[in-house]
Design a protein around this ligand. Structure first.
Ligand code: 13P
Ligand code: SF4
Length: 325
């Protein structure tokens, strides 16, 4: 089968595995949740495809006994914390996240000790033990609202993504916000001049850009000056899907991981989408395959759990994230 990300699985094999996956899903009372960066075949098999916030909200409300998380480790951990009575499976236990790895528990504890009384806001791309030391979790979909909900006089420690943090700081005008210098290897790799190059190449296109992108920072002042009327729209992956559907424009440059192109094209067949970089692919997201999804359901693996004492401490911060949007 050909997809936006190249051939992955032969059609007859895909059909056979798909039938078995539906059968196993029914037997295990399972729901399949997939992130917008997953390969097309996984997105097409999933019960729900979305961004980090949407996936957490779906996990929190599903009546299914088993959640198969087609995404990365921190997402499955978040679902396990939100749903302690459910069985959360991740088809490849090595599917990690370079951004989540950019801060350790010790580093956060030391940072907190330097700023006693500060409110800790952690992006959802963090480990469960970081979330346990956090007051509010956020996603790219609600980071602005979360920061705006914190009283003006409270100092904020925002982690771990420096580019998301800079965007939130600019948009909210927050002065007392300290930002951790972490980054995602995929989004940080776009050269700063790439936006101008792409705008020249596709002058009529709207540019959809994820706030994790390193190339965004030099443009923030321009975007704010233009007060939303700019050709450049900053959004979470789900925000991009919504914007592409509602925009009067029919051509877009997309600055995020290429997995999102599948949904953008499928849901907007008359519109054109150009990736800002064709090799902008997250190796962790691409570890989930139809074969290992099938295996996860067949073998009931890999079961993601979080120790009770960590889950209990992380839960309040995650509940806040799921309820503020
Ligand atoms: P969202 O889908 O929440 O925008 O997040 C992007 C991401 O990098 C997830 O790892
Ligand atoms: Fe993590 Fe970046 Fe991959 Fe998202 S794209 S899962 S932030 S490494």
């Amino acid at each position: 089968m050909l997809s936006t990300q190249g051939p992955r699985i032969e059609a007859a094999r895909l059909a056979q595995l798909t039938a078995e996956i539906y059968d196993l899903k029914r037997k295990r009372d399972a729901v399949i949740l997939a992130h917008n960066y997953q390969i097309p075949e996984i997105q097409d098999l999933a019960d729900f495809v979305g961004d980090s916030l949407g996936l957490s909200q779906q996990a929190a409300k599903t009546p299914a006994k088993t959640i198969v998380f087609c995404g990365v480790h921190f997402m499955a951990e978040t679902a396990a914390i939100l749903c302690p009575d459910k069985r959360v499976l991740l088809p490849d236990v090595k599917a990690g996240c370079s951004l989540a790895d950019s801060i350790t528990l010790k580093q956060l504890q030391d940072w907190k000790a330097e700023h006693p009384g500060a409110v800790v806001v952690s992006y959802v791309n963090t480990t469960a033990e970081i979330k346990a030391e956090t007051d509010y979790c956020c996603t790219s979909g609600n980071a602005l609202k979360i920061v705006q909900s914190i009283p003006e006089d409270r100092e904020i420690l925002f982690l771990p993504d420096q580019f998301l943090g800079s965007w939130v700081q600019k948009m909210t005008g927050r002065k007392n916000m300290h930002i951790w210098m972490g980054e995602c290897h995929v989004h940080a790799a776009i050269p700063p001049l790439r936006i101008d190059e792409k705008m020249k190449e596709f002058p009529k296109a709207e540019l959809l850009i994820h706030p994790e992108c390193g190339c965004l920072t030099p443009y923030l002042d321009r975007v704010i000056r233009q007060n939303g009327s700019s050709q450049l729209k900053i959004a979470s992956t789900e925000g991009m899907i919504q914007r592409a559907a509602s925009s009067p424009v029919d051509e877009f440059v997309v600055a995020t991981e290429i997995g999102i192109l599948h949904r953008l094209k499928k849901e907007n067949p008359t519109k054109t989408f150009h990736p800002i970089e064709s090799e902008m692919s997250c190796r962790y997201m691409k570890m989930i395959t139809v074969e290992n999804l099938h295996n996860a359901l067949k073998e009931d693996q890999f079961h993601i759990t979080v120790p009770d004492e960590v889950a209990l401490k992380a839960r309040t911060a995650i509940d806040r994230m799921v309820s503020i949007y």
